[in-house]
Design a binder for this molecule. Sequence first.
Ligand SMILES: [Zn+2]
Length: 426
Amino acid sequence: MPTTQTDPTTATAPAAEGLAACRFCAAPLRHTFVDLGMSPLCESYVPAERVNAMEPFYPLHAKVCESCLLVQLEAFVSADHIFTEYLYFSSYSDSWVEHARLYVDMAIERFGLGPDSLVMEVASNDGYLLRHVVERGIPALGIEPAANVAKVAQELGIETLVRFFGRDTARDLVAEGKRADLIAANNVMAHVPDLNDFVAGFEILLADDGVVTIEVPHLLRLVEDNQFDTIYHEHFQYFSCLTAQRVLAHHGLELFDVEELKSHGGSLRLYAQRESTGTRPVGQRVDDLIERERELGFDTLEAHLAFTAQVEETKWSLLEFLIAKRREGKRIAGYGAPGKGNTLLNYCGIRTDLLAYTVDRNPYKQGQFLPGTHIPILHPDVLAEDRPDYILILPWNLKEEIVAQLDYARAWGARFVVPIPRVEVL
Ligand SMILES: [Zn+2]
């Protein structure tokens, strides 16, 4: 690590010059990765009775640390808000449960886990993953701060501690004689506001030869696939393999393997062990990916600073498309009301003059309005009645599935449009 930076474990004073400080190394954050402007929380759908009420907007301004290169957002939303009333039950997603099952099978075989092992999961949700561990007769412990989802896991017979994870939780478990042979941390490390406390907990809790696996969205995929709409307020940090390795190493954890996964638009699965006692050799995949990231410039500030121009170009070309079609008298509707669509529409300043409405299959969202833009969310049957000329697919990651579902719209000549990675008429 650069010698100029402050020790993250001791830095408590605010950074110089009144700037926000890097969450990892406490250097002042002076450089913009991308500034998406002021935006409401992307899942705060507006019910009809509140459509004239004020809405809170917060900066959606991702910065990159000049010292450690961690891309991050200042936390305007508390972890309590994100985690303690969590409404997302992982088991509702079949593909996610299957992803977890394959992971458990792999880990049991690769790390030789058995009835004498202990597997823990941080942010264990409703037990979607640990239930596969328990089924295999291996002791498991979930750690989950949202009491309502933890209760579902407990009812399935999965021991679950209702608590945030960090140093204190790890120390208390070790004091009870519990150390983990495997810790799984899937899609949680991007969401923790106190990154150092969180990662330090792994080193404390791991058995001497234990393994922690961490899944996080990969910054390289975000940049290469132009997925700026996946930046949202609850997602505090964005990792390259380089920055993840740096953060882990600072806390005594050695990255010994890495996989690139397709989930969430492209994620990393990081495998780490205690540097002091772990015995696994560092695999070739770590060196290969680090080398690839270096070739793409992820070890330089300049490469990170180039992202803004790419995002602005996407905004301008989407607006040019929508304005041109509206001038021709065409009518444009949206499909889907995902969080990422709200980031995109707010950033681009798209309102009902350009996108009259969107439709969504989720009955909870129908009749509500998109946050910030107040574009109405209607039932998908409206498309067949209204027959728009263009349908803008907001969950672009599901475009094949959606185009197949909406094949009937071709009968009246509708064309499908995706905004990301670039505006494209399908
Ligand atoms: Zn930093």
